[in-house]
Design a protein around this ligand. Structure first.
Ligand SMILES: C[S@@+](CC[C@H](N)C(=O)[O-])C[C@H]1O[C@@H](n2cnc3c(N)ncnc32)[C@H](O)[C@@H]1O
Ligand SMILES: [Zn+2]
Length: 168
């Protein structure tokens, strides 16, 4: 069952960044919807229980809220397969809607910067291949001023709240 929505103009296939990734098979105009993440909504305690079994398949949507699969049978239908890139072409609006941040051509891998969605403790060696790759990305990158400026409103709503750009 498809818990997430992936545009008919995107497919999942092998990626040079990691495993499988999401790729455009048609052109996207800036701000067009590429994918909407779906699944169950759960807290970090639940995430800690399921992650060893399901691996990374969720997206953070609040300080202590995540959306994703809770069972192996739901994993495939909940994944949007967006790998991280330090020079991404899609961004988040709200917490679960991923849109094109610029015009995108068929064939491009569709990636987002995890600094725009995550508030976590991980450190990961990045293999995005971008000229401006940060090499090491962390779950605290959302705090970096230059990234906040780069992404503007293409950041998860709960992070924008914390950065102070919303409602004040
Ligand atoms: C939600 S999955 C993304 C889909 C994944 N490629 C797959 O085939 O399942 C997240 C995992 O992809 C890998 N990954 C994504 N972007 C990466 C990057 N830029 N550099 C290194 N690993 C990456 C990491 O192992 C990460 O834990
Ligand atoms: Zn990178």
């Amino acid at each position: 069952m498809n818990l997430s929505y992936i545009s008919p103009k995107a497919i999942v296939r092998e990626s040079r960044i990691h495993g499988r990734g999401l790729f455009a098979v048609g052109a996207f105009a800036k701000d067009e919807i590429v994918a909407v993440k779906g699944g169950h909504v759960f807290d970090r305690r639940t995430l800690v229980e399921i992650e060893p079994v399901l691996g990374p398949a969720e997206i953070q949507i609040g300080e202590d809220l995540f959306i994703g699969p809770l069972a192996e049978s739901e994993r495939e239908g909940s994944m949007i397969y967006s790998n991280h890139s330090c020079e991404p072409n899609i961004g988040v609006r709200g917490q679960i809607v991923f849109v094109a941040m610029r015009d995108i051509e068929a064939g491009e891998e569709l990636t987002h910067d995890w600094a725009t969605t995550d508030d976590d403790t991980y450190r990961m060696e990045c293999r995005c291949g971008a000229t401006a790759c940060r090499k090491i990305i962390t779950g605290q990158d959302w705090r970096r001023r230059e990234l906040q400026e780069k992404y503007g409103q293409y950041m998860s709503w709960y992070l924008l709240e914390r950065i102070g750009e919303v409602g004040s």
